[in-house]
Design a protein around this ligand. Structure first.
Ligand code: GDP
Ligand code: IMO
Ligand code: MG
Length: 424
């Protein structure tokens, strides 16, 4: 069988957790392929709200396997915290949880370096989640990292000490920050002992065997395509490949195994952290979207910047990812507006109008040409079928389909599993 991919088409927080949870009973395995505890995927089931950081969003289905793939970076402390949080809510996810031996470990000193590096950048900071993501991927590509499979090796502690010492030397180039290393280290080693008892796998064999045996797999993206290390708004990005290409390296599957690519976009746009955001709103409409959409980070609690949906930006990532179907989330949030916009063209500083994202969006985009849509001003959060949506809403969805040349398969009108409209 094949690997379907689900990923965010903007700067993250598009509602991936909700949609993966919704789809997960159609798949044998849900697999995270990149990122780490910088992700915050929210799943609301009745009164319960869960925020998952490293654990895949298929854990609420009893028969679905959940794989933390080789491209992921794991902080054993956060990971243990997540497992325990789920246990407190009555769910033991460990029997269905598999972790790649090739996934890299986030050390306490990676978090320290992340915070110290951001402190040094001052006003130019990335706005990192401070989960140690950048420094861990740096050690991975620098060929210094420690992997989950190393935990069982006899020289693990020695290698840990040597990497830690290197980090401490490196830290001397940064401003000093508060960090209780001893305390964090003690927690980390306790969490390592627990991690060792979980089901560790050779991810590439495990997943290819599932495929050979006719199983369906969903690769769950973290972050969004605009945060991709290469194709995102560099340097204001994360440190992994968040696009479809990352699935192959992150899970160890060939490109030919990939079938559907499900791209998720909000009906508007948000970004948390620094960096270019061409259609950002700085007025009371932006505030309204933030309030109505409850746009506060699931991992850090930071307010998300809000703006209009950006068609050239979406065309760019549809192209990069080979998106075959679209999911539109948070359409209900637009219900509070009399009218709303979609960015159609960028007016560049050289006088040209462009549908292409320029190399340096911050300094090359002068203005945006918008198309305005009439709002509907009705509560749509309980609507069950596409034909029951107000005409203004259906024509906006059809507009997106036509502009992006990709069919919309699902519309989300609230955080609950049930607040989902299927198109066929
Ligand atoms: P993710 O990182 O892509 O999984 O998204 P987050 O969980 O960080 O942020 C999405 C937020 O929007 C969460 O609080 C969800 O519960 C919520 N959400 C998801 N879909 C919808 C929707 O269609 N409407 C509304 N109002 N909220 C939604
Ligand atoms: P999910 O999976 C939104 C952003 C951070 C920062 C930049 C780099 O929930 O959509 P990092 O900690 O990776 O070094 O931060 O990326 N960022 C996210 N923004 N959603 C996320 O994940 C994010 N993960 C990282 O805010 O701007
Ligand atoms: Mg999130």
């Amino acid at each position: 069988m094949a690997v379907d991919v689900l990923l965010g088409l903007q700067w993250g927080d598009e509602g991936k957790g909700k949609i993966v949870d919704h789809l997960s009973d159609r798949y044998h395995a849900i697999c995270r392929f990149q990122g780490g505890p910088n992700a915050g995927h929210t799943i609301k089931i009745g009164k319960d709200k869960h925020v998952l950081h490293t654990i895949p969003s298929g854990v609420f289905r009893p028969d679905t396997m959940n794989v933390v793939g080789s491209g992921v970076v794991i902080d054993p402390i956060t990971f243990q915290g997540e497992i325990e949080g789920l246990q407190r809510s009555g769910l033991d996810c460990t029997p269905n949880l598999y972790i790649s031996r090739k996934a890299h470990l986030i050390l306490p000193t990676h978090r320290y370096l992340d915070a110290a590096s951001e402190a040094q950048k001052g006003a130019k900071k990335i706005g990192s989640t401070l989960r140690g993501i950048g420094p861990t991927y740096m050690d991975k590509t620098g060929r210094n990292g420690l992997r989950v499979g190393d935990i069982t090796q006899s020289d693990f502690k020695k290698r840990y000490q040597s990497l830690k010492n290197k980090h401490l030397k490196l830290a001397s180039i940064y401003p000093e920050i508060e960090f209780n290393l001893q305390e964090e280290e003690a927690k980390w080693f306790t969490a390592i002992d627990r991690l060792m008892k979980l089901q560790l796998i050779d991810c590439e064999y495990f997943i290819n065997d599932l495929l050979k045996n006719g199983k369906n797999i969903l690769a769950e993206g973290a972050q969004g395509s605009m945060l991709d290390i290469t194709y995102g708004t560099y340097p204001y990005v994360t440190s992994s490949n968040t696009t479809t290409a990352g699935v192959c390296t992150g899970l160890g599957v060939p490109p030919s195994s990939i079938n559907k690519v499900i791209g998720i976009t909000k009906a508007y746009c948000t970004r948390v952290g620094s960096g270019p955001f061409p259609t950002e709103l700085f007025d009371e409409i932006g505030e309204k979207l933030m309030e109505e959409g409850k746009e506060y980070g699931a991992t850090t609690g930071r307010a998300r910047r809000c703006g209009w949906i950006d068609i050239p930006q979406l065309k760019y990532v549809v192209m990069l990812n080979g998106v075959t179907e679209l999911v539109i989330t948070k359409l209900d949030v637009l219900s509070v507006l009399d009218s709303f916009n979609a960015g159609m063209f960028y007016s560049l500083n050289n006088g040209e109008k462009s549908e292409q994202l320029p190399f340096d969006p911050e300094n090359q985009i002068r203005d945006i040409d918008y198309r305005t849509f009439q709002g509907w001003k009705n509560d749509i959060s309980q609507v069950k079928s596409f034909s029951d949506l107000p005409e203004q809403a259906t024509s906006f969805v059809q507009f997106l389909e036509k502009e992006l040349n990709v069919p919309v398969k699902m519309i989300s009108i609230g955080p609950e599993r049930t607040q989902t409209i299927l198109m066929d």
